[in-house]
Write a protein that binds this ligand. Structure first.
Ligand code: CTP
Ligand code: MG
Length: 250
């Protein structure tokens, strides 16, 4: 028998923070990376659509290049985005870590699960987004999608001059290594605590949570969630879009 006097448990709401404030130095000269186009559409719009495609995501916080906020605002207005999703726009900072923190500062109350997703991973499939959210809903405080490595990895003593031979220090067992992607998903309070406590420069949010001593778990990533970093990655991204267009046509 149901008890009408008890309020229904509040549904867990999920927000996504998309850091998009980087310059994209490794991609070469041009517009900030997130504003470069793939198939005629800015990378950032692809990334926003990829996250908003998940029915669980009800808010997307875009962290824009500080000098490009107005441009990003008009891009978001000009492109079709799901009606059911809310959007917020904030200017980013000097480092990815700072940009993510500025995005978290703008999060309204009521979102218990937070995803952090690189604008530079524009083609992540919605199934990967949903798998990350599901693992957080099932109780993991921090979840990262990741893939096994194709290449063997060596730890080296970095050379002082670029191009000089570098002595190898160790070869970690490849089968135990994973290349991590985004979206990374978190219990909101855990992620906020990590950003308040950890100040070392880290390259992903899960790394900050690890420093708190909290367990991070890995779920399967997807090869289409690769990061657009260097010029060849643009070629791959265009090819993935072309393959999708073909498959959609049949
Ligand atoms: N990012 C950010 N704010 C910064 C630096 C990076 O929001 N100050 C974002 C980028 O826009 C990107 C994500 O963090 O979506 C991952 O960073 P990366 O791939 O390194 O992008 P960039 O820093 O732009 O590229 P590069 O390092 O080649 O300059
Ligand atoms: Mg960078």
């Amino acid at each position: 028998m149901s008890d009408d006097s008890l309020p229904a448990p509040a549904p867990t709401r999920t927000a996504a923070v998309i850091p998009a404030a980087g310059r994209g130095v490794r991609l070469g000269p041009g517009a900030p990376k997130a504003l470069r186009t793939l198939g005629g559409t800015p990378m950032l719009i692809h990334a926003v659509r990829a996250l908003a495609a998940s029915r669980a995501v009800s808010l997307v916080v875009v962290v824009a290049p500080p000098d490009g906020t107005a441009e990003v605002k008009s891009l978001l207005d000009a492109h079709a985005l799901p009606e059911r999703t809310d959007f917020l726009l904030v200017p980013g900072g000097e480092s990815r870590q700072e940009s993510v923190r500025l995005g978290l500062d703008a999060l309204p109350p009521g979102y218990d699960i937070v995803l952090v997703h690189d604008a530079a991973r524009p083609l992540v499939p919605v199934d990967t987004v949903d798998a990350v959210i599901e693992a957080v809903r099932e109780g993991a405080p921090a979840v990262v999608p990741a893939l096994p490595l194709a290449d063997t990895v060596k730890e080296v003593e970095p050379a002082a001059t670029q191009g000089e031979p570098e002595p190898v220090l160790a070869t970690p067992e490849r089968a135990r290594l994973r290349a991590v992607q985004t979206p990374q998903g978190f219990d909101r309070a855990t992620l906020i605590r990590a950003h308040e406590t950890v100040t070392d420069d880290v390259t992903d949010d899960a790394g900050m949570v690890e420093q708190l001593g909290v367990t991070v778990v890995v779920v399967p990533g997807h090869e289409e969630a690769f990061k657009v970093t260097r010029p060849l990655d643009l070629v791959l991204a265009e090819a993935v879009l072309a393959r999708r267009r073909l498959n959609d046509g049949f």
